[in-house]
Design a protein around this ligand. Structure first.
Ligand code: FAD
Length: 334
């Protein structure tokens, strides 16, 4: 995949996909025939003569739908699917996309707004606390934080939204990532492994608004994405949360949910990071969803475990990827 960037002589140059991910926010990226760009400064004081470039409404429709349907087509076979774009899923997506620009990574998020529960700290306060050494991930992203120095065991981002918007913006700039938001995972694609066990081979999706109306509308079959590795980070048990863990139980892949235990920050954060792993072949679970699998303590408003669970989920996925991909291929044509 290649993108165009203006050069100093006004012509465009083709950028390799790897460089596009690192473009600074303010860089204009004219595509296909855009010849002249205007700066905000050039517009200043000229608003009485102002007009937008003319457009026909169908151009807007086609600009959106062509891209979306191309993405649906392309990502129907993905390398890795991340279910849930909360702090854990986004952290994982960042690490994966950075480490392996050759992999196609689909993120499926039920909500319209990605970010999960990480737009605020505890009790709807603004600040986000991360215990050390998760500050390493903030430095990796370039998120500023307050640190009281060597004596302090944690750092504070002045607003949780600063962390979430930064990781989200970095993830979305990677050319090998597609976020399908307002889209719910309704089921898992499974294969039998020949020994009575199951392997997870993809996800079953639907528009979230459709998923919410299965009881009062009919004939709303879903869509699918095949992938050798699924990373599920759907958060606490709830109407959509802990989705894959609950589905594994109902299909006999897990005996029972462990259920999230009472709050203990010290125990909980270590347990979530250490426990982030492949729960069933092809399915890695991380973040707060894992507390429902393992019966881990809840941790309250401290987010280091979410970020580092995402980092570890990415590491596990890359370790397993070639094996699971080969198994999918061995499974025959389907
Ligand atoms: C009631 C409540 C209690 C909390 N308690 C704690 C706590 O004890 N400890 C703690 O650390 N934090 C707690 N939080 C804060 C916060 O939710 C979590 O710390 C953190 O956001 C969890 O990160 P995550 O990435 O695992 O999941 P989330 O931030 O919850 O993100 C999960 C994402 O997955 C999406 N999703 C869910 N199901 C599906 C599906 N089927 N298909 C597609 N997408 C799906 C959701 O829309 C969401 O965006 C709590 C929040 C709430 C609302």
């Amino acid at each position: 995949m290649h993108f165009q960037e203006p050069s100093s002589n006004g012509h465009t140059v083709t950028l390799p996909a790897s460089k596009v991910a690192n473009l600074p926010h303010a860089t204009a990226v004219p595509v296909k025939g855009a010849t002249k760009t205007q700066s905000i400064e050039e517009m200043a004081g000229k608003w009485s003569d102002f007009s937008f470039a003319p457009i026909r409404e169908s151009q807007v429709s086609r600009a959106m739908t062509r891209r979306y349907f191309t993405d649906l087509d392309s990502y129907a076979e993905s390398d890795i699917v991340i279910v849930g774009a909360g702090s854990c899923g986004l952290s994982s997506a960042y690490c994966l996309a950075k480490a392996r620009p050759d992999l196609k990574i689909a993120i499926v998020e039920a909500g319209v707004a990605p970010g999960g529960g990480a737009w605020l700290g505890g009790q709807l306060f603004s600040a986000m606390v991360m215990r050390k050494p998760a500050d390493a991930f903030l430095r990796e992203l370039g998120v500023p934080y307050e640190d009281d120095g060597a004596e302090s065991n944690f750092v504070v981002v002045k607003h949780a939204a600063l962390f979430t918007s930064t990781v989200l913006s970095k993830v979305l700039q990677f050319p090998n990532v597609k976020l399908f938001n307002a889209t719910a995972v309704e089921d898992l694609i499974t294969r039998t492994d020949g020994n009575g066990g199951i392997r997870i081979a993809g996800v079953v999706t639907n528009w979230t608004l459709v998923s919410m109306h299965h009881d009062d509308q009919s004939c709303m079959d879903p869509n699918t994405i095949n992938a050798p590795i699924i990373i599920s980070t759907t958060g606490h048990d709830g109407p959509f949360g802990a989705f894959s863990a609950k589905r594994l139980v109902s299909m006999g892949g897990l005996p029972a949910l462990g259920g999230m235990r009472g709050l203990d920050m010290n125990t909980a954060e270590d347990a979530i990071v250490k426990g982030t792993r492949e729960i069933a072949p092809g399915l890695i679970i991380g973040g707060m969803e894992l507390s429902e699998v393992d019966g881990a303590n809840r941790m309250g408003p401290t987010f280091g475990a979410m970020a580092l669970s995402g980092v570890k989920a990415a590491e596990e996925a890359l370790k397993l990827f070639e094996t699971r991909k080969a198994e999918c291929a061995e499974g025959g044509k389907f």
